[in-house]
Design a protein around this ligand. Structure first.
Ligand SMILES: O=C[C@H](O)[C@H](O)[C@H](O)COP(=O)(O)O
Length: 262
């Protein structure tokens, strides 16, 4: 990476840097996927290499697994770990109840399994991810390839009859090919605009044949570490509201940050 990092990357970085403090020696830690989670993995890798931190990481995608190994984190499977102390992951949107839309990077299935198998889930996000109502970000749902167009039609008909779907859904593409998840499935992105009842929607979608999982994370997240482009971080806890507001002064002097910005 060269040149000055953008305010959004700084925001992601400070959120990840602060959240890395949650990880203690001996923990089993779920490692999220995406650009914000990648900052976390790099920060933790630096602490492993330079600070002697010892923990086991359970990645939520092959991308995260590769990065974690590259930076020196010991990687184990979820079945080896069985249960996790904490999962730290990014999000595409979070609302006032700390409900989330995830899956912009296509990793929602492993992410939901891992987060649900954790004592706590902490989300790391730049302030731009905060919304009053979920839904402006297209809601990803993972579907099996067999009969995916039939599944898509069923999803659309059901959601239109519920007055939920604003526009059509779209098959996520990777160039000319359908995007394929780590489990060999497809992603449909639902253009909803505003989700009135995320809990109900998540249940309805998951009942449809062919749907594997949806990107709504309801009652899973315990706290959000929010980063700002000027180095401020804020921690919102599901029970206690805002519990910390701080400015991380390391931004221009931190090794990892300056290495990557140069
Ligand atoms: O599938 C991807 C994940 O849910 C990501 O955590 C989410 O899309 C946020 O990614 P980013 O940190 O790159 O905005």
């Amino acid at each position: 990476m060269t040149g000055e990092l953008s305010p959004i990357d700084k925001a992601k970085y400070v959120a990840a840097k602060r959240a890395a403090d949650y990880v203690e020696d001996g923990m089993r830690v779920g490692l999220g996927t995406g650009s914000t989670a990648a900052w976390l993995v790099r920060c933790l890798g630096e602490q492993v290499r330079d600070g002697g931190l010892r923990f086991k990481g359970v990645p939520t995608s092959t991308r995260t697994a590769d990065l974690a190994r590259d930076v020196g984190i010991e990687v184990i499977s979820l079945d080896e770990a069985k249960w996790l102390d904490i999962t730290i992951d990014g999000a595409d949107e979070f609302d006032g109840d700390l409900n989330l839309i995830k899956g912009g990077g296509g990793a929602l299935l492993q992410e939901k399994i891992v987060a649900t198998a954790s004592d706590q889930m902490v989300v790391i996000a730049d302030i731009g991810k905060e919304v009053e109502h979920l839904g402006a970000f297209p809601l990803p749902i993972e579907v099996i390839p067999f009969g995916w167009q039939t599944t898509q039609a069923l999803v659309e008909e059901t959601l239109i009859s519920m007055d939920v779907l604003g526009r059509q859904s779209s098959l996520r593409m990777n160039g000319e090919q359908a995007f394929m998840t780590d489990e060999g499935n497809y992603i449909l992105d639902l253009h909803l605009q505003r989700i009135g009842n995320p809990r109900q929607l998540a249940l309805v979608i998951n009942q449809m044949p062919g749907v594997v999982e949806n990107g709504l994370f309801i009652d899973i997240c315990d706290a959000v570490v929010i980063g700002y482009g000027d180095g401020r971080v804020e921690i919102r806890d599901i029970n206690e509201g805002t519990v910390e507001q701080d400015r991380l002064d390391f931004l221009e002097t931190d090794n990892l940050f300056t290495d990557l910005a140069e």
